[in-house]
Design a protein around this ligand. Structure first.
Ligand SMILES: [Zn+2]
Ligand SMILES: [Zn+2]
Length: 112
């Protein structure tokens, strides 16, 4: 008995960009082999973009308003607020001199 599944190229629509993309027979075989039961929901471009975004740590260079050192922060520093390095930020926050700036949104979970 031949249990081999014959895959055919199918066209799917990407949930991110709405473009149609081909889920090829080869990819389907690969998916099946890996035990993935669901069809991909995103086109290859969106998938690789999302993967990159996840891997990328975007850090913005700043000069700390407290200690004057160069540092980087994981958010866009605002022009009208003092920006602190991680160390000073923590220290000042503990001293409750600094309230959580509105712009300090974490778009990704912290890595430490
Ligand atoms: Zn897409
Ligand atoms: Zn500092």
């Amino acid at each position: 008995m031949d249990s081999k599944v014959i895959f055919k190229d199918i066209v799917l629509r990407c949930i991110d960009c709405g473009r149609e993309f081909v889920f090829t027979a080869g990819e389907q075989a690969f998916f099946a082999d890996k035990g993935f039961l669901n069809e991909p929901r995103r086109c290859p471009e969106c998938r690789s973009r999302r993967r990159q975004e996840r891997d990328q740590t975007i850090e913005y260079p700043i000069i700390c308003a407290a200690c004057g050192r160069e540092a980087t922060v994981p958010f866009v520093p605002s022009e009208d607020r003092p920006v602190y390095c991680e160390e000073c930020y923590r220290r000042l926050k503990v001293e409750e001199k600094v309230s959580e700036p509105a712009g300090r949104e974490r778009t990704r979970p912290p890595r430490w």
